[in-house]
Write a protein that binds this ligand. Structure first.
Ligand code: UDP
Length: 314
């Protein structure tokens, strides 16, 4: 099988490339090496075709899509820091770029998986979050919600193309996916805490640490994605993919200290100093994963301790 991965040098995309290369498939990666990196795929040199380019380049995306059996659209501008620092580029990549990729898949009638996000749900207090739950978001001038809106537009395009043009698309909403090759540079909390712990530097909790998340090991997320890609019964549908075991950010910090044996101090930074004015944190985010479990008989297998120790080992 020929697999085309947009964002294939990124955190999740590179793990998908590993999977398909190991399975004997032909993998082509398109990446602009913004949040992705050459280091993430250096071990795949000679085993994959790598194209440096932008997902907004219609001719390029069409030529790569035409030659593929399966398209995995993983490219996005993401991470709190990225979207805050480069809002124009982030909006354009996530909306225009996704439209280009989805249109190319439609033009050549290719099976496609798109990576969406739990940010779709915004600050909906109803937990756990199920696929049909409302989006509760703030003003579009607040960039966190613009990221959520952009990904929602992408989902809406996928859904419309499925309905009107029979695009064989599955939408995967990823919840706080963590693992090897994820950097803390873009704001993600687990690599930030682990890297600080390994250097015995302070671990900085934003707010009071009572906010909570459920983290999912990238190996589990990859297993869910590749299983869905192989199952036509998932076409036209949307699935949450996330872990189990809700933790507060304070509990996460404590676990990172315990697993790494670090001497780091835990410090607290008020939201007003951690984020620009108007940035809202999400107090609680818990995925309901019953739908994906039922659809593909998948369950997350790796707990938070495993996630932390894998990041610490990289
Ligand atoms: N967070 C933190 N310290 C950090 C980075 C993040 O306390 O150095 C908090 C952040 O405010 C949020 C949680 O950890 O409450 C998860 O943040 P992340 O950006 O990883 O994911 P998201 O908010 O998108 O779930």
């Amino acid at each position: 099988m020929r697999v085309f991965i947009t964002g294939g040098a990124g955190f999740i995309g590179s793990h998908l490339a590993d999977y398909y290369v190991a399975a004997g498939d032909q993998v082509t990666i398109l990446d602009n090496f913004s949040t992705g990196s050459k280091a993430n795929i250096a071990h795949l040199d000679g085993k994959v075709t790598t194209v440096e380019g932008d997902i907004r380049n219609v001719d390029l995306v069409e030529s790569l899509t035409k030659d593929a059996d399966l398209v995995l659209h993983m490219a996005a501008a993401l991470g709190v820091n990225t979207i805050l620092e480069s809002p124009i580029e982030s909006i354009s990549t996530n909306i225009t770029g996704s439209e280009v990729v989805l249109n190319a898949a439609t033009k050549f009638n290719k099976r496609i998986i798109i990576a969406s996000t739990s940010e779709i749900y915004g600050k909906n207090p109803k937990q756990p979050l199920s696929e049909t739950d409302d989006r509760v978001v703030g003003a579009p001038q607040k960039i966190r919600w613009t990221y959520s809106d952009a990904k929602a537009i992408e989902e809406a395009m996928a859904s419309a193309l499925h309905q009107e043009k029979k695009l064989p698309v599955t939408t995967v909403r990823l919840f706080n996916t963590v693992g090897l090759r994820q950097t803390g540079r873009y704001g993600m909390v687990v690599p930030r805490f682990v890297h600080a712990a390994l250097k015995n530097e302070p671990i900085t909790i934003y707010g009071d640490g009572t906010q909570s998340r459920v983290f999912c090991h990238v190996a589990d997320a990859v297993q869910a994605i590749v299983t869905m890609a192989a199952k036509d019964s998932t076409i036209g549908d949307v699935y949450n993919v996330g872990g189990t075991g809700e933790v507060t950010i304070k509990e996460l910090a404590d676990q990172v200290l315990a697993v790494t044996g670090s001497q780091s101090q835990i410090t607290y930074t008020p939201y007003s100093e951690a984020y620009p004015a108007g940035f809202e944190d999400i107090h609680r985010r818990v995925p309901d994963i019953s739908k994906v479990k039922a659809a593909i008989n998948w369950v997350p297998t790796k707990d938070l301790k495993q996630i932390i120790s894998d990041i610490a080992a990289q």
